[in-house]
Design a protein around this ligand. Structure first.
Ligand SMILES: Nc1ncnc2c1ncn2[C@@H]1O[C@H](COP(=O)(O)OP(=O)(O)OP(=O)(O)O)[C@@H](O)[C@H]1O
Ligand SMILES: [Mg+2]
Length: 241
């Protein structure tokens, strides 16, 4: 003879309510002690499943984003980096810039936390339910260059146009060739006023002509990128620059 618990377990299994199934015994035990109202008990039961699903969804989104590491704002020592206005960072953490499809550009020499902060911002965006994607400028140009040569640029471009937040890391470490520059321009234009770009670069805007090999395209890229944007200039060690 099957018991009510057995039948419940089968029903939970059929409905794939795995989190409730795993916690069924302790939930029932707790309920028999605390004697909550029917509504409270059902609410607790279902919120356990809702939480588990949210966790799975966020983990999947985090994996899809290809972040090189997970770092948070809490792990960033602002006292060590007085060139950053913490208020400006707090404003970015409100994620209003994402709703406005505005961009954030981190500029500064190597090792000052540009990637750390952009990753922290992308992770915060994912936690709030936005899709994000991380790629270096070099990998982006290589990937889209290959897609162009294989006649599938438009389709491939969607990967970088679709997420609400796109991190383009290390713009300027390696110069882009003509094709890379043209594709980069297309991407920036395609995301303009539609989705946010978080970009890091070791080069100040005045030197961007040398990244793209063409100062006219560099200006056109900067125009679109900076129209709605926040620039965070990070200096190296105090006294070192
Ligand atoms: N102020 C800081 N507080 C805590 N950790 C920091 C800080 N600045 C840098 N770091 C750490 O130092 C390492 C280098 O930082 P990060 O990779 O973000 O530098 P970067 O500016 O992107 O450099 P690069 O231009 O070479 O890519 C990371 O592990 C980062 O977490
Ligand atoms: Mg970096």
């Amino acid at each position: 003879m099957t018991t009510a618990i057995d039948r419940l377990q089968t029903a939970l299994d059929t409905l794939r309510l795995k989190a409730v199934e795993a916690r069924l015994e302790s939930l029932l035990e707790q309920a028999s002690k605390k004697e909550p109202s029917y509504a409270d008990f059902l609410e607790e039961l279902l919120s356990c499943e809702v939480e588990a699903r949210r966790g799975r969804y966020l983990r999947a989104r985090l994996q899809l984003a290809h972040l090189p590491f997970v770092k948070t704002f809490e792990q960033f020592d602002f006292s060590f980096q007085p060139s950053i206005d913490e208020r400006q960072i707090r404003e970015l953490c409100s994620l209003r810039f994402i709703h406005e499809a505005s961009n954030v550009i981190f500029l500064g020499p190597p090792g000052v936390g540009k990637t750390h902060l952009s990753v922290a911002l992308a992770a915060a965006a994912i936690q709030s339910g936005f899709a994000a994607y991380f790629i270096t400028a070099h990998d982006l140009a290589t990937d889209l260059g290959k897609a162009y040569r294989e006649g599938r640029l438009d389709r491939r471009m969607r990967i970088y146009l679709a997420p609400k937040v796109l991190v383009i890391d290390e713009v300027g470490y390696l110069p882009l060739d003509d094709l890379g520059t043209t594709i980069f321009f297309q991407l920036i234009s395609g995301r303009y006023e539609r989705g946010s770009i978080l970009l890091t670069s070791n080069k100040s805007y005045g030197d961007w002509g040398s990244i793209f090999g063409d100062s006219i395209i560099a200006t056109a890229i900067l125009d679109r990128l900076l129209h709605h944007s926040t620039t965070i200039n990070i200096r190296g060690e105090v006294g070192a620059d």
